[in-house]
Design a protein around this ligand. Sequence first.
Ligand code: ATP
Ligand code: MG
Length: 480
Amino acid sequence: MKPPSVLIIDDEPLMRLSMIDALKAVGYEVRAAASGQEGLQILNNQDSFDIVITDLRLPGSDGLEILQVCKQYSPRTEVIVITAHGSVETAVEAMKRGAYDYITKPFSMEELLLIVDRVSKVTALRQENIQLREELEGKFSCEGIHGKNHRMREVLEKIKLVSGTDSTVLIIGESGTGKELVANAIHRNSPRRDHALIKVSCAALPETLLEAELFGHEKGAFTGALRQRRGRFELAHKGTLFLDEIGEISPVVQVKLLRVIQERQFERVGGNETVEVDVRLVCATQKDLKKEVQQGRFREDLYYRLNVVPVLLPPLRERREDIMVIAEYMLKTRSSRTSKPLKGFSQSAQELLLRYSFPGNVRELENMVERAVALGRPSEEIQAWDLCGFPSCPYLGGTPQDTCGFCSEGLTGKGHHVAKVDSLSAAREQFERQYILSVLDRVQGSRTEASKILGLSRKSLWEKCKRYGIATGKYGHDEE
Ligand SMILES: Nc1ncnc2c1ncn2[C@@H]1O[C@H](COP(=O)(O)OP(=O)(O)OP(=O)(O)O)[C@@H](O)[C@H]1O
Ligand SMILES: [Mg+2]
């Protein structure tokens, strides 16, 4: 279990250091602030602490204000106040306003540890209670999906409703909008959560391989089929099968899929034995399947079977209020993983993010934040140029790059000049993205042609496009 986290706010250096040492020595996770202002800043920037120990008399703000902020924004945090000898009234006032306990100066570290230990036992118990209650009530959890846009809230509401059922879900959204994340959430919140969630990307495989992948094959079904192999449908028995890029499946596989949905049974490739499965289907598509039906590329009967519960994920540019929410969340998780504390986004970085169109949606934002964490300087704010990553873009004092999203949207402003970051990997990345784009242009977006020219497997090309936020479908047609 995670050790309890404690924030100490005290302006006396010696006192502060003694408390930090004493608490760290018994395993608490400790942060400290030397003024009320700094304390408030930490409270604003970090997930809530289990315990806050604050002096009542502080420069910059007083302990009662800290208490109020904790109670308002993080009710589960317990606050212990430190009072000077002879100022019991303020201590009483603090208790009235919700402090857990107080300790009077001068005190020994043993006394402090006793109180903190008592509080942490109470908070641990409370946490256990909440967890138990949530388990009993089967509470819905949606970790990972962040955002406050009203359409996204509707999406979450829908996921919650549909998770408890076996209905087929069709998730529709541009690349990088979070389709897989939603599929995960549906499975995790469903009664099938203890069984497998099996994922298949229908675009990554040619027809015959996809068929064998989904339905399995018998020994000798085709050259190279040396033994019987179970397909993804069988592996997903009692669980969930996530079929990504469902709009890419061929007519033959469409027929077979329709039959599994209707009859819950199928035969392995090259076999006669009928296999029965109990699988919940979640599908995802970037394409407008209705249009595919109209143009005769997708079976209408299958479309209706898949589109039982449609979940539409809006592109990021249509939910701008989510940009900073997601960016901040990603920054927090990424920088804690690298143990490189970054201070958040500068004004100019925020402006840039809010004005950009994000053709690669949340994935593109994620790449930017990751790049910024790599390029940003510890304990400083992330600047616009950290987000860009193109070695010679105007943000870095160079000329506009037409492969840089910011430049091509005319978002590069003046006054952002700073030392160049000519890292080799950034240069390589820039070249790779540019080259892939130029090849895709040359073959009018055909991924098969492009992968041949580039000497990449279709899967690697697919992954690179994702990584570089190269939107598919941009060329008006998406063959294969
Ligand atoms: N609302 C969100 N909050 C936080 N992270 C998100 C959100 N939406 C997406 N992400 C993150 O963005 C990345 C892309 O999401 P995901 O893979 O689910 O998109 P996708 O729609 O399946 O993309 P593609 O069509 O390219 O397969 C993932 O790392 C995911 O965790
Ligand atoms: Mg996906």
